[in-house]
Structure formats: structure tokens, C-alpha cells
Design a protein around this ligand. Structure first.
Ligand code: NAD
Ligand code: UDP
Length: 348
């Protein structure tokens, strides 16, 4: 029998790629998403790619009744919880929305899971919880802090999960801290589709390349880095998706072991362990796509840090997972998606 996974936020960027990886690994997925930052077309395309139907439920994680209905109609092995809002600037302008959606929504979901004795949870956390790191590469036990409501919402959920693990040792709460997810499925059929002008670097570059935006602004050229621009740990979304499969496989193994079935609160970095500068990414993108990427230097963006990259050891040791795809793959696949779908999931 296939293990069934509830994927909240499964119509979104990382969720849609993870649905493919889960299907390929033999899991069955049920997607639950309110489409506040995504399109049902993404789910259709996933279905097309895997050549199988996907159960899609349009609903909000803050809607307890809707969740109760889903849990009463399905028997899940686990939940992967992607649903959340992620725009840092918007979170500063609308903190209540972010705390309600990301924190209250997650608590409602955990509460309903508890009601149905379903206690395997994989949470989308972020490297943002490390604030401005003291140590590089960043290990999972590094100090945590937040500088904006989005980051604080992730950190708060992490604290909720830690407390929950202490209160009830039946829970497995795998907390995956993503570094900088980029790229797209190699088919060019699904990818990242930001609603407005992108805040993040890679979608901004690809929209400049396709002619939707005129010029990239590189925020800061005087950081203490290899070339003065920010350094990040860019990770291909397909590798990231496989990290979720590895986490579930690990929970499957644990649930079959003698010593006990739950892993408690388990934070794991999902990154490559390598830093790449903004300029290096721009240059690689321009080279592999043979597109011109005009850019100018601008002042540092408030809240940005110089460098951030993961210690990827724990994921390798514990989950047997490591990122395989290169910066070239990330640029090539982003461009395939962007050039074939200049308007994202909107046909026109
Ligand atoms: P995304 O916006 O593409 O996907 C999130 C999905 O959740 C969207 O489909 C949205 O419609 C849905 N959603 C939001 N609020 C909901 C609610 N209340 N009820 C039901 N569905 C809801 O974002 P993504 O890039 O795929 O990110 C997925 C998760 O990973 C998020 O929690 C995000 O904070 C986290 N994360 C993302 C990044 C990144 O750079 N993309 C980095 C670190 C962590
Ligand atoms: N960046 C940039 N121009 C942009 C967007 C981002 O120079 O239009 C830089 C940003 O300052 C940081 C890096 O690119 O050094 C990654 O930023 P992004 O927003 O993609 O991710 P973050 O690391 O902030 O989560």
C-alpha cells in the first residue's frame, strides 16, 4: 500500500516540485492549498508530468473544519507543510497577516493532526532563522534570531514544534531549513511564478533575461566577500524536493524500528554547503543562457547579510541526502522554464 502524504501549499513553487518527487518515490499525495500565491494550473501540470491524477483540495490551513474533513476522509502517513506566506517586505507591512497565516495556521493544522493522532510533520523552515550567522558554514545548532515578521513567524513555529516535542514524545517534527531554492523542473513545465516584481535574485535575473524587466540592481558591492556582493547557498528545487522524500523515508524507517517511532523536534539544513556570490550567479546565468543581463550596483538592501551557506553534514549523515545539481543546472533549468513560460502559469 502506498503511503499517503498531505501536502499543504502543494500548488506552490517548492510544493509542486516535491509532489513530483514524492510520486516518483512511490508516495501518494493530496494537495491542500488556498491558491493565495499559486495557480491550480501548477497542479494540473504536475499531474500531466507524472501522468496520474492528483487529489487537490482548495482550502485554508486556518479553516479547522476544512482540515477536519480532509483528515476524516484520508489516512495519512505524514504531512509536509509548505503553506505559508514568504515575502519579507510584505511581512513588515502586514505583520498580523503573516502571524495569522504562518503561525496561527500552523497551530490549527497541528491541533487537527493531534485530534486525528497523526503526528508526523515535515515543516518548511528557512535559513533566515539563523539571522546574521557567527559561523560559516552554519550548523543546525547555531543561535537563532529574526529581523522581520516573516523570519519571526518561522522561528516562532520552530519554538512551537520544540515545545510540542517536549510535551508529547509521539511527535516527529522534522524541520527543514532551506537555504536559497532556485531552478525549475528540467522539463520546463513547472517553475517559480512570482505574482509581482520578484524580490528574489534568480526570478529577477530570469525576468530581465526574458525582457520583462529592464535591469537588475545588485544590492551592495562592498561586503567582505569574494567580489563584494552577497554570498548565498543556492540549491536546486529538485534537490530540495528530494530532501523531503529523504525526510519521509527516514520517518518510515523510524516508524518500523524497535526503539520507538518518533524523532521529536529534528532541525535539518537543506543546502549545498557551497556559497556563490550574486555576481557569480549573474555571470553563470548570462553564460549558460547566452542572454545579456544588464545590471547596476545599488546600495545594500536593509536586513541583508554578507554570507550565508549551510553545513550540509547532518542531512547527509542522517537522511543520506545531498544536493547534486550545480549552479549551471540551476541557471539552465530556470531559463528553460522562464523562456517557455514568460508569463508563468498565465497563458497570455
Ligand atoms: P509559494 O508561495 O510558492 O508556496 C506556498 C503555497 O502555500 C502557495 O501555493 C500558497 O497559495 C499556499 N498558502 C499560503 N497560505 C496558505 C493558507 N493559509 N492555506 C493554504 N495554503 C496556503 O512558496 P514556496 O517558495 O513554495 O515556499 C514554500 C514554503 O517554504 C513556505 O512556507 C516558505 O516560507 C518556505 N521557504 C521558502 C523559501 C524560498 O526561497 N522559496 C525559502 C525558505 C523557506
Ligand atoms: N539580490 C540582489 N538584487 C535583487 C535581489 C536580490 O542583489 O534584485 C541579492 C540580495 O541582496 C542577496 C542575494 O541576492 O545578497 C539573495 O537574495 P534573495 O532575495 O534571492 O534571497 P535571501 O538570501 O535574501 O533570502
Amino acid at each position: 500500500m502506498k503511503h499517503k502524504i498531505l501536502v499543504t501549499g502543494g500548488a506552490g513553487y517548492i510544493g509542486s516540485h516535491t509532489c513530483i518527487a514524492l510520486h516518483q518515490a512511490g508516495y501518494e499525495v493530496v494537495v491542500f492549498d488556498n491558491l493565495s500565491n499559486s495557480s491550480a494550473e501548477a497542479v494540473n501540470r504536475v499531474s500531466q508530468l507524472i501522468d496520474a491524477p492528483i487529489e487537490f483540495i482548495k482550502g485554508d490551513i486556518r479553516d479547522r473544519k476544512a482540515l477536519q474533513k480532509v483528515f476524516s476522509e484520508h489516512e495519512f502517513f505524514g504531512v509536509i507543510h509548505f503553506a505559508g506566506l514568504k515575502a519579507v517586505g510584505e511581512s513588515v507591512a502586514k505583520p498580523l497577516l503573516y502571524y495569522d497565516n504562518n503561525v496561527s495556521g500552523t497551530i490549527t493544522l497541528l491541533d487537527v493532526m493531534s485530534e486525528f493522532s497523526m503526528k508526523r510533520f515535515v515543516f518548511s523552515s528557512s535559513a533566515t532563522v539563523y539571522g546574521d550567522p557567527e559561523t560559516l558554514p552554519i550548523p543546525e545548532n547555531a543561535p537563532r534570531s529574526a529581523t522581520n515578521p516573516y523570519g519571526q513567524s518561522k522561528l516562532t513555529v520552530e519554538c512551537v514544534l520544540e515545545d510540542l516535542a517536549v510535551a508529547d514524545n509521539d511527535w516527529s517534527l522534522v524541520t527543514l531549513r532551506y537555504f536559497n531554492p532556485v531552478g525549475a523542473h528540467s522539463s520546463g513545465i513547472i517553475g517559480e511564478d512570482p505574482n509581482d516584481i520578484p524580490n528574489n535574485l534568480m526570478p529577477f535575473i530570469s525576468q530581465v533575461a526574458v525582457g520583462k524587466l529592464e535591469k537588475l540592481s545588485i544590492f551592495g558591492k562592498d561586503y567582505a566577500t569574494i567580489d563584494g556582493t552577497g554570498v548565498r547557498d543556492f540549491i536546486h528545487v529538485t534537490d530540495l524536493a528530494l530532501g523531503h522524500v529523504a525526510a519521509l523515508d527516514y520517518l518510515k524507517e523510524q516508524s518500523g524500528s524497535k526503539e520507538g517511532h518518533s524523532v521529536g523536534f529534528l532541525p535539518i539544513n537543506l543546502g549545498t554547503g557551497k556559497g556563490t556570490s550574486v555576481l557569480e550567479l549573474v555571470d553563470t546565468f548570462a553564460k549558460v543562457t547566452e542572454q545579456d543581463i544588464p545590471y547596476q550596483f545599488a546600495k545594500r538592501r536593509a536586513g541583508d547579510i554578507a554570507s550565508c551557506y549551510a553545513s550540509a553534514d547532518k542531512a547527509k549523515t542522517l537522511l543520506g541526502w545531498e544536493a547534486k545539481l550545480s549552479i549551471i543546472d540551476m541557471c539552465t533549468d530556470t531559463w528553460r522554464w522562464q523562456s517557455r513560460n514568460p508569463n508563468g502559469y498565465n497563458a497570455s
